[in-house]
Write a protein that binds this ligand. Structure first.
Ligand SMILES: Nc1nc2c(ncn2[C@@H]2O[C@H](COP(=O)(O)OP(=O)(O)OP(=O)(O)O)[C@@H](O)[C@H]2O)c(=O)[nH]1
Ligand SMILES: [Mg+2]
Length: 434
């Protein structure tokens, strides 16, 4: 099967061949290839043709079988394409052999994702995390680039050492350089993340519940965050410069932003926005972004944002679920937001249990989402009557700073108030229970 991406007007971008294996009946190749194509486009590459082969298992030497390798070699010349992108992560020797056989540079899905992350990284932490992931990916592959020329000289195709002496020493030097760099990055990240840990502890101490936006990349998480910030952010946070970055592109967000929202009824909670997911997220990247991604693990409630205008939205939801499990996040309360209903031409807002169809920019949708968040977060609140002596009147003030007053009365000994509190707060104020 060959897809023709006929848009050849973009001559400034590099033509690229996509190639993948079908090894498993259950595999959703169509979804994976659409993703791969989008990842390539995000890297300014123009896919010109897709090559697929059904194999029970990848060829250990060249990943593809002999015939397909030959086809790729011909296509490299036909399209004058010097790049092949593969759907799976290849071993260093598979990449090297495929490069030798086809005469093109081979980049696997992991390499492609790492390159996009590298282009997008803005903050110091994100830059260090991406660089760490890249070095970890490069380390076992060092021999690839070094030995391409060596193999060509000696005519050796298979794995193994093709050179001793100066070449190997250089390899050793490169390895040491990479390893040293990785140690330095980890140290710097450790320092920067110490601050983050302190802030996270402070947040926990503030006892405000946390809600985390999660989901596939480009689903609309940051857009929703900005809409809420503009309406309920803390003073300056509703100003444009304090908004998070939202854009129609893969991996617009690479860092985590947490902000406090205060609703008109005084309800307060923290909302976090973080990196989006894609299927087969490289494990080096997950490891390097661990602390960034862990924000969701700390949350009391997840909001999974789904782009229902994308035909593959079911697969994207599956990818999100799988990624959450990989991060050790399961059994957390979650509200699913079917977003971009305006684009998909679905009716909105529509509530179906914990699934809500919305459009991120629509106020009514936002209100419905907030109602649900409140129900989830404060489901365990109960109305109580407290009798607080005048001597403790600052307790009245502190409760009313965060809660809506349902009823109030006075007598000669103190104030009686009726409010909805959570179990911890009830415990905290139990001496005043009337
Ligand atoms: N039509 C429509 N577009 C939307 C909606 N929500 C978001 N978008 C657009 O979708 C694109 C991606 O939005 P973002 O908010 O950056 O997506 P994200 O989930 O934060 O993406 P990453 O940070 O890359 O993971 C932007 O161009 C938004 O304007 C919506 O409800 N309707
Ligand atoms: Mg975002």
């Amino acid at each position: 099967m060959a897809n023709n991406y006929t848009d050849t007007t973009l001559d400034q971008v590099r033509p690229v061949l996509l190639a993948g294996l079908k090894t498993d009946q259950k595999q959703n190749l169509d979804y994976e290839l659409t993703e791969l194509k989008n990842l390539a486009l995000a890297n300014n590459l123009q896919p010109v043709e897709t090559f697929l082969q059904a194999l029970d298992r990848p060829n250990p030497a060249t990943y593809f079988g002999k015939g397909k390798v030959e086809e790729l070699k011909v296509a490299v010349q036909t399209y004058d394409a010097d790049l092949i992108v593969t759907n799976d992560e290849l071993s260093p020797s598979q990449i090297r052999n495929l490069e030798n056989e086809t005469g093109a540079t081979v980049v696997d899905r992991t390499g492609l994702i790492l390159d996009i992350f590298a282009q997008r990284a803005q903050t110091k932490v994100a830059k260090l995390q991406v660089q760490l992931a890249r070095l970890q990916y490069q380390l076992p592959r060092l021999r690839t680039s070094m030995s391409v020329s060596l193999d060509q000289q000696t005519g050796a195709g298979g794995a193994g050492f093709t050179s001793r002496g100066s070449g190997e020493t250089k390899l050793e030097q490169s390895r040491r350089r990479l390893t040293n760099e990785m140690v330095a990055i980890k140290r710097d990240l450790g320092e920067l993340q110490k601050d983050a840990t302190i802030q996270s502890k402070k947040r926990q101490a503030s006892e405000l519940p946390t809600v985390a936006l999660v989901g596939y990349t480009n689903a609309g998480k940051s857009t929703l965050m900005n809409q809420f910030l503009a309406r309920f952010g803390q003073g300056a946070e509703s100003d444009q410069s304090k908004q998070v970055f939202e854009k129609d592109m893969l991996f617009a967000t690479l860092n985590t932003t947490i902000r406090q929202l205060t609703l008109p009824d005084k309800t307060k909670f923290l909302l976090s926005d973080t990196v989006g997911f894609v299927s087969k997220l490289p494990h080096h990247l997950v490891a390097a972004f661990e602390s960034t991604l862990q924000e969701a693990a700390q949350a009391d409630l997840l909001l999974q944002v789904v782009d229902i205008s994308d035909d593959h939205y079911h697969d994207m939801m599956k990818t999100t679920e799988e990624t959450l499990i990989r991060l050790g996040i399961k059994d957390k309360p979650m509200i699913t937001l079917y977003n971009k209903a305006d684009k998909a031409e679905w009716a909105f807002p529509i509530v179906d249990g914990d699934h809500i169809t919305i459009s991120a920019q629509d106020r009514e949708s936002q209100d419905v989402v907030l109602d649900h968040i409140k129900k989830e977060l404060f489901a365990n609140m109960s109305e109580v009557t407290l009798h607080i002596p005048f001597a403790d009147s600052r307790v009245v003030a502190s409760i009313l700073a965060n809660h809506v007053l349902l009823d109030q009365d006075y007598d000669e000994t103190g104030t009686t108030i009726r409010v909805a509190l959570n179990p911890q707060e009830i415990e905290q104020h139990k001496q005043y229970l009337a």
